[in-house]
Design a protein around this ligand. Structure first.
Ligand code: NAP
Length: 241
């Protein structure tokens, strides 16, 4: 068992799986959490273990406060500390606002924003006791600039940004840093329906991002960005410049 523990929500696939691997390479034991895809979660756990650290997957719905508290408490009980929390679990339910049903509004707000509350609350308590910790929240450039067809997602991601800045101010005196990453278009299951060649034409770096591009930024904020808190780092190939 390593001396450092990282928890990555939504760590079974996509950006989260890559973040988990990058933190494992940096020597963290890694807990990934996921919603239902057992096969992806097991594969990611095996990949992390092959990097020489401990790994475990916990299945719970981050939008469910009771389930989440129970699982997070179990993790804390077992490992005794949390050094890095990456709030990464997220979904999209896109559609023009005029026709957006309350179900799609609620699903995105409950998972992407309230999910961050549910996971972070119990973890902040142990980080305060430790007097150290790093929290990294996965926002989106959509939370900064908005996007037609994603009012629910933009609201949740903008909420995460406000949350990040506020929590950074609350927790700085306890040596806990809180930052957000705002990715642009990253190649994962979430973006697989999009025309990536067309999108790449509008990106100065002329490509979609890879999950590793985000994972390296997480690693930087976790280990090297020791004087950075309350910031939103845009990782978007220059799209918003
Ligand atoms: P993804 O490939 O669709 O993976 C989503 C992850 O979240 C999976 O591990 C999934 O678990 C988990 N998850 C979904 N709903 C959950 C719930 N209710 N409870 C617990 N876990 C849940 O997504 P991604 O593209 O890697 O995105 C990761 C994060 O980056 C998200 O917050 C997303 O909004 C943000 N982001 C992505 C992009 C992009 O272009 N891809 C851009 C900006 C921001 P299962 O595997 O069990 O389903």
């Amino acid at each position: 068992m390593s001396e450092k523990l990282a928890i990555v929500t939504g760590g079974s696939r996509g950006i989260g799986a890559s973040v988990a691997a990058e933190l494992a390479k940096a020597g963290y034991d890694v807990i990934i959490t996921y919603a239902g895809n057992d096969e992806a979660a097991n594969k990611t756990v095996e990949e992390i273990k092959s990097l020489g650290v401990d790994a475990e997957a916990y299945k719970f719905d981050v939008s469910d406060n009771e389930q989440t508290s129970k699982s997070v408490d179990e993790i804390i009980e077992k490992y005794g500390r949390v050094d890095v929390l990456v709030n990464n679990a997220g979904i999209t339910r896109d559609g023009l606002f005029m026709r957006m049903g309350k179900d799609n509004w609620d699903a995105v707000i409950n998972t992407n924003l309230s999910g961050v509350y549910n996971v972070t609350q119990p973890i902040v308590k142990i980080m305060m006791k430790q007097r150290s910790g790093v929290i990294i929240n996965m926002a989106s450039i959509v939370g900064v600039y908005g996007n037609a067809g994603q009012a629910n997602y933009a609201a949740a991601k903008a909420g995460i940004i406000g949350f990040t800045k506020s929590l950074a101010k609350e927790l700085a005196s306890r040596n806990i840093r809180v930052n957000a990453i705002a990715p642009g278009f990253i190649s994962t299951d979430m973006t697989k329906g999009l025309d990536s060649e067309k999108i790449a034409e509008h990106i100065p770096l002329k490509r979609l991002g890879q999950p590793e591009d985000i994972a390296k930024t997480v690693k930087f904020l976790a280990d090297d960005g020791t004087y950075i808190t309350g910031q939103v780092i845009q990782v978007d190939g220059g799209l918003t410049v």
